[in-house]
Structure formats: C-alpha cells, structure tokens
Design a protein around this ligand. Sequence first.
Ligand code: F6P
Length: 548
Amino acid sequence: MSHSTDTPALRTRPEWRALERHRDAAAGQSLRGLFAADPGRGERMTLEAAGWYLDYSKQRVTGETLGLLRALAAAAGVPERTAAMFRGDRINVTEGRAVLHTALRAPRRAKLEVDGRDVIRDVHEVLDRMANFAERVRSGEWTGHTGRRIRHIVNIGIGGSDLGPVMAFEALKFYSQRELSFSFVSNVDGTHLLEALNGRDPAETLFVISSKTFTTLETLANAHAARDWCLGALVQPAAIARHFVAVSTNTEAVQKFGIDPANMFGFWDWVGGRYSMDSAIGLSTMLAIGPDRFHEMLAGFHAMDSHFRTAPPERNLPQLMALLAIWNGNFLGAPTVAVLPYAQYLTRFPAYLQQLTMESNGKHVTLEGARVDYATGPVYWGEPGTNGQHSFYQLIHQGTHLIPCDFIGICRPLNPLGVQHDLLMANLFAQSEALAFGKTPAEVAAEGATAALVPHRSFEGNRPSNTLLADELSPHTLGALVALYEHSVFVQGVIWNIDSFDQWGVELGKALATRTAAELASVEAPALTHDSSSNALIRRYRARRGAS
Ligand code: F6P
C-alpha cells in the first residue's frame, strides 16, 4: 500500500484549505462575469487529446482554480499512483490485485511483466483467438449443430459483463454486420431472456456467456435457462459446443457448466468487471464489428492511455476532467453529474458510466479504512439529448440542485438526414449556453412578461458544464472516450484516497438475496427472522404469487 497511516487527511491538506479559501473568495462570481472579463475564455479554456476536444470554459473556474486543483492532485500523489497503475502494482489494495486494464489495449510490441508473466503476450493471444472465432462466425464458417449459419447472438452477462458490451454494440452499430442480430440479456427477470429468444431459432443462435467469476446468480440462471431452451430443440448435449461459448476467468466453472474450454476466452483478475469491455468481454462487440474495427477501438483506448500517462498536468485531459469533477462536487457541493450525449448511438453510455463511476468511487472509507469526511463519487445519470430536454432539463435549469453537465457531441453524423444533425447540435450548444448564462429578470421583463411571471420565466444561469466534441463516432473515438472517463475516475479516487477498484458494497445484498431465495423456494412456510417489514413483504409475496 503506497499510503501509510500518516497520510494527511484530505481536508487538512494545505492544498485543500487553499481551494476552500479560493472558493469563498470567489463566491458571487458568475459565468456571465467570467466571460465578460475574459472574452477569449471560450477558445482558451479548451483541451484536445486522442480525437476529443473539451471546452471547459463554462465551468466555474479560473486559471487560479485549476492551478490550486493541480497542486491538490500532485500532493495526493496522482503522478506516483498513475505510474504504479501502469506498472502493475497491486493498487487494488482490498483485493490485493493489480489494475491493468491499460494492458488490454497495449500494442503487440509493448512489454509488461507482472509476476514474471508477459501480460501483453497473453492479451494478444486471446485477442487472436477471439479474432479467429469472430471471423468464422461472421463468415458463416462456424455453423450451429444442424449445420445452419449463426444469425442471432445473445450475450448473457450482467454489470461489467453486460453494460460495456451493450453500450459498445449500440455505439458502433453503424459498423456492425447487419445480417447478425444481437441481444444482451442481463436481468434475472425471465422476461429479459424470453423476450430476447422470442421468435429465434435455436439452430441459428449462439450464446456468449460472459462472466468474470462464472458464479454470478443472474448470469448462471439465464445461462442454464438458455441451455434448456437450446437442448429443448436440438436435443443432443453435443449441440452445446456449437451454440455456447464463454468469456471468463474461471475455467473450472465454465467446464462444469458444460462449455468446452476450447470455446472459452479468458482474461485475468487484474481486469475489473467495469473495466473489461476491451478484454474478451468484448467478444460480442468483435462479433458485431469485426476484429479490425475492434483493434481500432483498442487503439483509441491506447491513444488516451498514452496521453494520460505522458501529458503534463496542465494539458492532461483525464486529469482535468477529474479536477473539474472534484471542484464541482467537493467545493461547489454538486451531488450529481448529468451525462448528456447528443448522439443516439450513445444511448447506453450514461448507463455504462453509472457502473464505471459509481461502482468505482461510491466508497465511504479511505485506503486505510478510515471514514471519509468529504463527499466521494457523485451520482451519474443521463439520457441522450434531445430527449432529456423534454423530460428532466427543467430541473437542471431552474431547480434548486446544482447539476454539472457533460455534453457530448459529434461533428460529422454517420447518418446525415436533411438538416437534422445541425438541429441536434444546435440544441446541444443552446443548452450549455442557457445553463451558463441564463436569463435575468430584467431581460424577461424587457420581453414584456408580466411582473407576476418574471420570477417564473427567469433563469439564474451559472450552471457549469463540459462540452466534449469528436469529429466522428468511430471505434477509435469510442475507445478514447471510455478511457477518458476511466482515467478521470481513477484520478478522483486517488485524490479521495479510496480504492476505486473494489466493490464490497454489492456483497450484502447478494448474501441476503441468496438467503431470501431459499425462503421463497421452501414448500413449508419458513420461520422468518428478518426485520418486520421484510418478513411481512416475504409473507405477502408467498401468499399471493400463485403457483410457481
Ligand atoms: O456485483 C457486481 C459485480 O461484481 C460487478 O463488479 C461485475 O461487473 C458484475 O458483478 C458481474 O460479475 P461477473 O462478470 O463475475 O459475472
């Protein structure tokens, strides 16, 4: 563990105190005022890396704020911890694991040894096997048990074994092989699987069972049901070998399920579930877009990795995004962040980011186990624009919570349709402008509003936002975007001195669900020993669920 128990508590650091004083001194400062005082701000407060341009001029910061934030990052050990991560040190201290998702996208020629193993060689061996398999399925050479071509691919997984794959599939659908259909089944609600299989022919369906541990209840329940569905039609157990492949780190469990290890694609304990979409967990992505495009995506990840690793703090995009998040959350008190992609293909990006950010930084103790006395990971949420505008933007504009926004836009549409892309982007630009500058009561009154309506129609403005723009949505820019947020999450975790790579918070619910499932399954009414609310809910459900 790189931090000893004498690590100064974050809020007592002089750098933190300096930021508090700076915040207090700047109280009353507005984005209107900042832009009026510095008309070049919109061009200057921008940064570009790996195909992404960030305009952060609509954040409530000055050059001084950023300098103070960078001092905090340096004092918290961001450069040292970054080097440790890339080197393969066991920075996930509570699980005693290295954190090496950056090795998943390192080029073949790179070198990295961990515990005497060349991990880059391992990574590329698996990538090559995935590519071979994906080409065979895409070309029709790999057939089902009856010799029919595979037409439907169903990824069964949950959390990181679902959100990354489904997000990437949606994001890169433009590049996908359209004769293949894809479904992503995660929920243990039988509806999810049955709706995905409705109308499908088992002889033409391939299941990719994605689970790092291969013990996850939801995934195994769905995988067993899928196997029953398949064998119900194809009958012979030998059919499983043609219709099921696995992505996992657990060979034994995969074998026990009945999948031939020859049809298993592995990864390693140093890949966290929410950091795994570029590992073998991306098999469905590769099946959809093909190995070449998949490698373009990896190159995008790697471009952002290299930038993050080498760019100086003043020009380091992931570090900057992290510091802006710390400023908004810890110093301006914003408890949430809205992620607003103005790109229909990024429809699942907010959901993907929720796991990446909140499972990583939703922690309440430091690396040393002490209760933190500052806010850690904010709540991430969002929807593609323009849909959100007609739903929750009202609260962002005029509600009582400060909600910083990340707008994401693409300059060149993949699907040009009349003037629609201009309309889409006009809305993005309009929203960040309206949030930043608002509309004063005087402006509202000058438009002829009655005195009674002026307060209702005024906008305070001063709502901060980032705008991220890429020239196009490609596998490369998608990879770079994901890596940007991954590293931003990492830097925030370093500053908060928490373990961004464990997820103990999911364990209690899992244990209680296992116990409760047994109580629901028992024929005799069991003696319940939960709290009175849970007991009553279980009893009511048992009485009313009907025949199981
Ligand atoms: O329960 C949380 C979690 O462990 C996530 O971190 C992970 O992405 C998900 O479950 C799925 O895990 P697995 O890939 O092992 O099935």
